[in-house]
Ligand binder design. Structure first.
Ligand code: NAD
Length: 436
């Protein structure tokens, strides 16, 4: 079960059903995606070879509005994973009360083995493959793992070529120059940082000088690290596929971000080849931090004795096998589906507060919604307006989840979040009725 994210999502729904005011018939219907398209994508690579890739787009539920969800490029993409991610998008958009349903897309590939040209060809071919399904009023893709504003620009351009005019609203997470919004790139990390602060307020604990370990230093992990570091928290460990860096006194998040955005791996950063020596850096900023970090493994990062653990990479990393070794007192799920249900039950028992993915990483889809609204208005907002609206919306969802948890004596925050999301989605189904 731990290996199958879709089974994990169904088990999360089952855990919440007993507390949710949802008709059982509608609940059963919510366990099935509306549709999934599988596409075969032959692409001529720069090498001259033709490689055949496989991609998917799952549209899970549209009772509350157009489908919405990212596109992932990763070797472990599968139909079940895409369907689970589409389900999680459905519960996320309902929990943060956006007028959307949930969807997800993915292509099985190893992006680091592909050139920019290869990625462009693959993205365009994938977009052609799913273009009859997507559209500003039907299904609006966005970035996810290994996809970024450039990927969205290629998707938008390909879709627009077929339509005969520019359709910026068909995707979100675009570059600013073609209808993107300020604040989208860092939105998910900003949301993670906001909910972590809110959690600490709720627990009556001080975030300044709290220790944080973050698995994954991509878009979400690096932005969450930067913003939490600015709030005074100490980022003691972070990682990528190559391994993890650990410094109990706190990592130099800015130096790490500069290293990674220049294409470096964390393993190389720890080895020290590519960064200034601690003495040089102390001389530069007069600080006492920035000792050389230690190399640790991704598994060890998860079990560090920290105040907050933030998984921000892939699903299924906190499982029955390692949950007993976890020592963090709170977990903020920046990744989608990082915790299996079996591990969740243990964490609930141990009173470890887990801010569930559908709340913790909702900042991205909130700002995607704000981008979509600006495109529809043909009007652009300043960064301050976007960030204020993000904070208001994710803060409201956090407060509603806490109220649901406290007032109804629910076992954990995930169950509280799921009951709200399931009730809202079920209510939309009830109003709309069954066609024909
Ligand atoms: P990304 O591709 O920018 O970064 C992923 C990071 O995880 C990289 O540092 C990568 O090296 C690392 N990683 C990948 N596989 C790993 C493994 N097996 N072990 C350890 N580290 C590994 O992706 P991202 O956009 O930051 O997404 C990270 C997570 O956040 C995903 O679960 C994604 O679904 C979720 N998420 C992303 C967004 C968004 O707006 N980008 C929104 C909501 C949720």
């Amino acid at each position: 079960m731990a290996d199958d994210p879709f089974e994990n999502m169904l088990a999360q729904m089952d855990r919440a059903e007993e507390y949710a005011d949802v008709d059982h018939g509608i609940f059963e219907r919510l366990k099935h995606p509306e549709r999934t398209l599988k596409v075969t994508l032959p692409v001529e690579l720069d090498s001259g070879d033709v490689e055949v890739f496989e991609g998917y787009r799952c549209q899970f539920d549209s009772a509350r509005g157009p489908f919405k969800g990212g596109v992932r490029f990763h070797p472990t993409v599968s139909q079940r994973e895409v369907e689970a991610l589409a389900g999680w998008m459905t519960w996320k958009t309902a929990l943060v009360d956006l007028p959307y349903g949930g969807a997800k897309g993915g292509v099985i590939c190893e992006p680091k083995d592909l050139t920019q040209n290869d990625l462009e060809s693959l993205t365009r071919r994938y977009t052609e493959g799913i273009r009859r399904m997507i559209g500003p009023e039907t299904d609006v893709p966005a970035p996810d793992m290994n996809t970024n504003p450039q990927t969205m620009a290629w998707m938008m351009d390909t879709y627009s070529m077929y339509e005969g005019h520019s359709v910026p609203q068909v995707v979100t997470g675009k570059p600013l120059e073609i209808g993107g919004t300020p604040g989208r790139v860092e939105a998910t990390g900003r949301g993670v940082s906001i909910v972590t602060e809110r959690l600490f307020e709720y627990l009556d604990r001080d975030l300044s000088d709290a220790t944080v370990a973050i698995q994954g230093f991509g878009n979400v992990g690096s932005n969450a690290a930067r913003l939490l570091d600015e709030s005074g928290a100490r980022i003691v460990a972070t990682s990528d596929v190559s391994g993890a860096a650990y410094d109990p006194d706190g990592l130099d998040v800015g130096a790490l971000a500069a290293h990674v955005s220049a294409g470096g791996l964390i393993e190389e950063y720890v080895a020290g080849d590519l960064r200034a020596s601690p003495d040089d850096r102390r001389a530069a900023d007069g600080g006492t931090r920035w000792d050389d970090p230690d190399a640790i493994g991704n598994d060890e990062l998860l079990t560090l004795d920290v105040d907050v653990l933030i998984p921000a990479a892939v699903e299924g990393v906190i499982t029955a096998d390692n949950v007993d070794d976890l020592r963090a007192s709170a977990i903020v799920e920046a990744a989608n589906g990082p915790t299996t249900v079996a591990a969740d039950e243990v964490l609930t028992e141990r009173d470890v507060q887990v801010v569930p993915d559908i709340l913790a990483n909702a900042g991205g889809v909130i700002v995607s919604y704000l981008e979509w609204v600006q495109n529809a208005q043909e009007f652009s907002w300043p960064l301050e307006t976007v960030n204020a609206e993000l904070e208001r919306r994710i803060g409201t969802a956090f407060d509603q989840t806490i109220d649901q948890y406290d007032e109804n004596g629910l076992p954990d925050l995930r169950t509280a979040a799921y009951t709200l999301a399931l009730e809202r989605t079920a209510s939309a189904h009830e109003y709309r009725g069954l066609f024909p």
